[in-house]
Write a protein that binds this ligand. Structure first.
Ligand code: ZN
Length: 204
């Protein structure tokens, strides 16, 4: 069982951050968790718009709600469009436990992210909170050089590897209106829809 920081002060770090550092937990803001748009919701096919105003409460709140929703739904990454906001914003947090069982993983907010370079291959069973219950083995680049902005508009360029790189590539596809089930045959897509229905019914 992974334990998370719980105070609202810790949550506040996400909004105040100057860098990508900050603590994220469930805190008292559980009620801010928002419903996730589920395939084949047409908004998931739309292209998200870049963020132009930084350091606003609106952007901070969006990132916070995305982290809360990810936490509640046990996701490792989320894009704003999955909450119905067509904005180029991605959050990521891949749990990692220390010896005492605390989650010490780093929460990320990627604003206007762009992949500048990529190399290698990494295979993983790809899933998506908008396609609940469906997974498919897929290869993506193992290393990516990502240019992104923080909540305050600072520009950062950083290499990511393995599962982090995989997750970012998946989320970036969302910003361009792409889903990992888009290339499936109509028959398989039908099965995916049934699988989603069953999963949602089971998790109710
Ligand atoms: Zn997804």
């Amino acid at each position: 069982m992974i334990r998370h920081p719980k105070t609202s002060e810790e949550w506040g770090e996400v909004r105040k951050e100057l860098t990508v550092d900050g603590l994220v937990g469930m805190g008292s803001l559980l009620s801010s968790s928002l419903p996730i748009r589920i395939y084949p919701d047409p908004i998931l096919k739309k292209i998200s718009e870049p963020i132009e105003e930084f350091g606003t409460d609106e952007l901070g709140l969006l990132c916070e709600q995305m982290h809360i929703t990810m936490f509640v739904k046990h996701g490792i990454g989320l894009s704003a469009v999955q909450l119905g906001e067509l904005k180029r914003v991605i959050t990521m947090k891949i749990p990692e436990q220390d010896e005492a069982g605390y989650d010490v993983s780093r929460p990320y907010n990627f604003i206007n992210p762009e992949i500048r370079e990529s190399s290698g291959t990494f295979e993983f069973s790809e899933g998506c909170l908008s396609v609940p219950g469906y997974y498919e083995d897929r290869e993506r680049a193992n290393f990516i050089l990502l240019r992104f902005q923080t909540i305050n508009g600072d520009v950062l360029i950083k290499w990511f590897e393995g599962l982090e790189a995989f997750c970012i590539q998946h989320e970036l596809d969302h910003l361009d209106g792409k889903l990992f089930v888009d290339d499936l045959s109509p028959l398989k897509k039908d099965r995916v829809r049934k699988k989603i229905k069953n999963t949602l019914r089971r998790d109710k």
